[in-house]
Design a protein around this ligand. Structure first.
Ligand SMILES: [Mg+2]
Length: 268
């Protein structure tokens, strides 16, 4: 009688006892097998990935709609999501859409001959992009470090947000007075002017920075006060562009506000 199992057993047994050194290189390929378990894991991984994508998109929507309580850092699990968004086409498309819509409004709005129609622009993440800085600091995962950020500001290397530069030129061409209202310190005036000009911005009517007695004020308060001064001087603020709700809310608000996307940080 023939017992194939028994034969195989003795063959393997003699292989183990033989003097030949074990050589994994002669084992037949493939070594990596796709068991059903791996397939299930892959599907589950994709489901988790999709779920994370949805959760982070939902979080970003809440950020942009100003529905979140004040937050200091982006959620840890969304760091890749935020990086992919700001470095990819999504951010660019969103910026272009805001710029285009603001341009349509600026052209349509009734203007006066007295030179008192004004448009307010914020600076950081509105006209200038600090993405090179945030790329080195976790895209908002690290708690904001004002000392480190000021070192970056001093370099005056922030590039223009191109869709905003396009809008900026249109606004000037339409005869608006342009006010730049930033949370940066008065001490950073020279370097801010230098950076703006290098990035292609020019001919603004006023660059307003935080004076010593503005420090410590919430951005919403400080910016409202500065807009109120413009209104007292007889200006009509028809448009306002900013990446923070604190650029746009409060008092002396503009006829139309344009919120640029920013999922990296929140300024109250
Ligand atoms: Mg800003």
């Amino acid at each position: 009688m023939y017992f194939p199992g028994l034969f195989l057993f003795f063959s393997l047994f003699s292989l183990v006892l033989s003097e030949e050194p074990f050589n994994s290189h002669i084992l037949p390929r493939p070594l990596i097998l796709e068991y059903p378990g791996n397939i299930i894991e892959t599907t589950q991984f994709k489901q988790l990935d999709n779920e994370l994508q949805l959760q982070c998109t939902s979080w970003r929507f809440a950020v942009e709609a100003n529905n979140l309580n004040p937050w200091k850092t982006i959620p840890q699990e969304c760091v890749h999501y935020v990086r992919d968004y700001v470095m990819g086409r999504g951010y660019r498309l969103d910026l272009e859409r805001v710029s285009n819509e603001a341009g349509v409004f600026a052209k349509s709005v009734q203007k006066s001959e007295d030179g008192k129609d004004a448009w307010v622009f914020d600076v950081d993440e509105t006209l200038l992009s600090n993405l090179p800085y945030y790329a080195d600091h976790g895209y908002g995962l690290e708690i904001f470090d004002p000392v480190e950020f000021d070192k970056w500001v001093e370099k005056a290397l922030a590039p223009a947000i191109e869709p905003s530069l396009k809008l900026y030129k249109e606004i000037l061409g339409l005869g608006f007075k342009v006010f730049l209202l930033t949370g940066r310190s008065e001490k950073q005036r020279i370097v801010t002017e230098e950076n703006l000009i290098k990035a292609g911005f020019q001919d603004w009517d006023k660059l307003i920075l935080r004076a010593s007695d503005d420090h410590g004020k919430l951005a919403t308060i400080y910016k409202s006060e500065k807009r109120s001064e413009m209104v007292k001087e007889g200006y009509r603020i028809l448009g306002n562009s900013g990446d923070q709700w604190s650029d746009l809310l409060g008092s002396a608000i503009s006829n139309r506000s344009f919120k640029l996307p920013n999922p990296m940080y929140y300024i109250p």
